[in-house]
Design a protein. Structure first.
Length: 157
């Protein structure tokens, strides 16, 4: 499966290791970076261009949590799981900073599928999700386990 837009909701039974899903794009600008930072991560390198120039980032950088929030929005649009994206743990890294003018997109791939032995109506699926900018530069990578239900139960939350 290699989809930019999946026409139906997905269940555990629909997924295979190697399936890849791609999102549309999201353009981030300086005002968005400042606004998010004011509310949630008020550090100088997210708020002030001059201070950012003299920081580790050598320029204005979005909060990693802002990048993570955008990633989640893009994931919801390209990975239509029947009961939603229910997280069961993740590992997250930001190899390079998200910058004003970045047009972010997500590519997420199934790494492993582990049906539950004790609860046969569900399983855990491990996804690697890469958030890339318009130049293909990796801004964020996460490896996360999601709880996904089987089609046979018709389970919804």
């Amino acid at each position: 499966m290699n989809n930019a837009a999946t026409p139906h909701t997905l269940f555990l039974d629909d997924l295979s290791v190697g399936d890849t899903f791609r999102s549309g794009t999201y353009l981030i600008d300086e005002q968005q970076i400042n606004s998010f930072a004011l509310q949630f991560d008020p550090q100088p390198f997210h708020l002030d261009n001059q201070a950012a120039e003299h920081s580790f980032f050598a320029g204005l950088a979005a909060s990693g949590w802002h990048t993570a929030a955008i990633t989640m929005r893009l994931l919801v649009s390209c990975l239509p799981l029947d009961a939603g994206l229910i997280g069961a743990g993740s590992e997250l890294s930001w190899p390079t900073a998200t910058r004003p003018g970045d047009e972010l997109r997500v590519e997420t791939s199934v790494l492993a599928i582990n049906p539950s032995k004790s609860r046969p109506d569900r399983g855990l699926v491990t996804f690697q999700t890469d958030t890339l900018n318009q130049h293909g530069e990796l801004r964020q990578r996460s490896v996360a386990k999601l709880l996904i239900f089987r089609r046979s139960t018709g389970a919804t939350l």
